[in-house]
Ligand binder design. Structure first.
Ligand code: ADP
Length: 201
């Protein structure tokens, strides 16, 4: 990361946090989905996004694969690149929270320390960790992008769950067990938690 010049100062906006909240009629929050590849992060985040849209909640999904096409197109999958990947995403999510949105991020984000860094960066009060808890065997059976097959064949290195570690959340804000609940039930569980947290009514 390049350090910014000490001459660059933060410019205060003319619209306050509360004014945005009043206009939107909901609070901003970051739903940080984490789980193995194929666990269901994107699928559930998008199902939740649809439900939020129908409730007139302004929301946006930052999807792992999409971000790697553009913003993070220069990054690979080494430990260092994964850390930088998460750092940039956290910064983008922070800007979106400042804009008043309900933001969802769908990234494997395998390391506890990186997720903790994201939590601290955006502020713990805006951060809800969503653990998409799917056994490796189920993810491998689903293999929606054929990646496990390639990783097992040695064609992809550093693949989470195969030859790279996944550290599950110790105390997630939302715990989804996709082998026992379908997509609709998982999405509803997220919405119910947001209602309990009074993000919207
Ligand atoms: P990820 O974003 O975690 O890599 P995806 O959402 O791309 O995972 O893929 C998950 C796959 O699992 C999809 O094909 C989805 O239809 C399937 N699936 C089956 N049951 C569930 C469930 N309960 N929740 C989420 N996805 C599920």
């Amino acid at each position: 990361m390049t350090q910014i010049s000490s001459d660059v100062v933060w410019h205060q906006g003319s619209v306050s946090y509360l004014e945005r909240q009043q206009l939107n009629q909901h609070k901003p929050v970051l739903l940080w989905y984490t789980g193995l590849s194929g666990s269901g992060k994107s699928t559930i985040a998008n199902a939740v996004d649809r439900l939020l849209f129908e409730r007139h909640v302004h929301s946006y999904v930052l999807d792992g694969d999409n971000v790697r096409h553009g913003l993070n197109g220069d990054l690979g999958f080494s430990d260092l690149d994964r850390i930088e990947n998460i750092r940039r995403i956290s910064e983008v999510a922070k800007l979106m929270l400042d804009a008043g949105l309900v933001v969802s991020t769908a990234f494997i984000s395998p390391f506890i320390s990186d997720r903790e860094q994201a939590r601290q960066l955006v502020g713990p009060e805006y951060f809800v960790e969503v653990f998409v808890d799917t056994p490796l065997s189920v993810c491998e059976q689903r293999d929606p992008k054929g990646l496990y097959q390639k990783a097992r064949a040695g064609e992809i290195k550093n693949f989470t769950g195969i030859d790279s570690a996944y550290q599950p959340p110790e105390n997630p804000g939302i715990h989804l067990k996709t082998a026992q609940q379908d997509v609709t039930q998982c999405a509803q569980q997220v919405i119910d938690t947001l209602l309990k947290l009074r993000i919207f009514n």
